[in-house]
Design a protein around this ligand. Structure first.
Ligand SMILES: [Zn+2]
Ligand SMILES: [Zn+2]
Length: 140
């Protein structure tokens, strides 16, 4: 624990600018510590299945995951418009290039299973959900 007297001594002779920097630094460190504390608490609540308490955090995870997977989807869609190898325009839904036979990248939600915690589609072979970090339990 930081002693008040030692804090007073430490800040003697510092300028306003330096003191504001000290305060800002401590505020940032506090934020980091609170984040870590909250994350530990969140993991505990999640593993114990306290769904209502974690709902609002989980929602943010789903939004982050949703935005990033949309980027991924757009990249896949762009790749599906022309052959990666010979640049020939592809038919919509083509699995292979009609000219050179190169296979077209394909990934749809149908090949995935829903995470039991956040319900986002996940690859079945994964050990953990890439959205919320929950362990994937195979239900098949
Ligand atoms: Zn091709
Ligand atoms: Zn999940």
């Amino acid at each position: 624990m930081t002693e008040w007297q030692s804090v007073k001594t430490r800040f003697q002779g510092l300028s306003t600018r330096e003191l504001l920097d000290q305060a800002e630094q401590a505020r940032r460190e506090k934020g980091r510590l609170l984040y870590e504390m909250g994350e530990r608490h969140y993991m505990k609540l999640r593993s114990e299945g306290h769904r209502p308490e974690i709902e609002s955090v989980l929602e943010q995870d789903i939004l982050i995951y949703g935005a990033l997977s949309r980027i991924n989807e757009m990249e896949v869609e762009a790749a599906q418009k022309q052959c990666a190898s010979c640049r020939t325009p592809l038919e919509p839904g083509a699995k292979f290039c009609g000219k050179c036979g190169t296979s077209v990248p394909r990934e749809t939600d149908e090949t995935k299973i829903a995470c039991t915690t956040c319900h986002t589609p996940q690859r079945p072979e994964q050990g953990f959900c890439t959205c919320c970090g929950s362990e994937m339990r195979s239900r098949v």
